[in-house]
Design a protein around this ligand. Structure first.
Ligand SMILES: Nc1ncnc2c1ncn2[C@@H]1O[C@H](COP(=O)(O)OP(=O)(O)OP(=O)(O)O)[C@@H](O)[C@H]1O
Ligand SMILES: [Mg+2]
Length: 289
């Protein structure tokens, strides 16, 4: 989508209008559904198998599954307490809650930055506790991760920041350029490809980070307050981009304090308070966290 159209569409109606008829507009080369299906690794415990079977009976497999997950940090802080959560493939889910509720902790468990104290965490059928350390990079390629503070390489251009994620995994050079070009078109940054992060606005930096998160065509995009450093207008652009990525088939899980966005979009909202899920329903932010 041209950048100026993205900029023009900052309201909810614009977001919804822009999504109409979006499915044929995929910019990424996406493998066929059949090619994406890997053998389902069934969890070992009976309760876990039941949870997976339940999700499967709803026709869509869970992309993210937590069963009885608790996390107590070394200082004794209980950041998550007995969390059960299933996110089917293709969903868009907001994670909300007051500061310190455990949102980032949950995200750290999903990307295997931290291990749970008890319970199990599955991403796309993989039990993260059983994942060998050498397979963690492979897991992270299946997850696109977006942070509040962008985490771009300051000395590299937009293009190089996105290409770098492909270079480190040994992608042949001739494949990198066209793929990066498609991703920059997806996020509306083709014209800024040669700029460095310091020469970009916050919104443009976040779009660079989203392009980078998409380089390996992840099944899940996990974003921890991606609009936390952006003004409301630019936040809507970023949300719209994540909605578009979701429309293209990628599961999106986004932690946020942005009540306006959450309330307007009527997506599934999971609310954490003091490490527990206190609400899981469609739409509504309810509280001023
Ligand atoms: N590495 C750590 N060691 C000890 N305690 C931690 C650590 N990381 C987080 N905590 C604590 O765990 C609790 C949950 O923190 P977390 O960062 O998950 O909250 P959050 O919901 O993401 O909050 P925010 O909205 O402010 O980002 C907090 O009390 C926090 O102080
Ligand atoms: Mg946080």
């Amino acid at each position: 989508m041209p950048h100026d159209r993205l900029v023009a569409m900052t309201g909810v109606r614009g977001v919804l209008r822009s999504l109409a008829g979006r499915r044929d507009a995929a910019v990424l080369e996406r493998p066929t559904q059949a090619a994406r299906r890997e053998p389902l690794a069934l969890p070992g415990r009976a309760s876990e198998r039941r949870a997976w079977a339940d999700a499967a009976s709803g026709a869509r497999r869970p992309s993210v599954a937590l069963h009885g997950v608790s996390k107590t940090y070394g200082n004794g802080k209980r950041a998550l307490v007995d969390v059960d959560l299933l996110v089917p493939e293709g969903d868009f889910v907001f994670l909300v809650g007051p500061s310190g509720a455990g949102k980032s902790t949950l995200i750290k468990l999903l990307v295997r930055d931290e291990l749970p104290t008890s319970g199990s965490v599955f991403i796309a059928g993989q039990d993260l506790a059983r994942l060998k350390r050498r397979h963690v990079p492979r897991l992270r390629r299946q997850i696109g991760i977006v942070f509040q503070d962008f985490k771009l390489l300051p000395a590299r251009t937009v293009r190089e920041n996105v290409a770098f994620a492909l270079e480190v995994t040994g992608t042949p050079g001739r494949q990198i350029r066209p793929r990066v070009d498609r991703l920059l078109a997806l996020v509306g940054l083709s014209d800024q490809a040669s700029q460095r992060p310091a020469q970009l606005s916050g919104g443009e930096q976040q779009r660079t980070a989203i392009a980078r998160a998409m380089v390996h065509d992840p099944r899940v995009v996990i974003a921890d307050e991606p609009t936390g450093n952006l003004d409301p207008l630019i936040s809507w652009e970023i949300i719209q981009l994540l909605l578009r990525i979701n429309e293209m088939g990628t599961t999106v899980l986004m932690a946020t304090h942005n009540a306006e966005v959450v309330t307007a979009l009527r997506k599934r909202v999971i609310a954490l308070e003091e490490g527990r899920i206190v609400r899981d329903e469609v739409g509504g932010y309810h509280r001023d966290y």
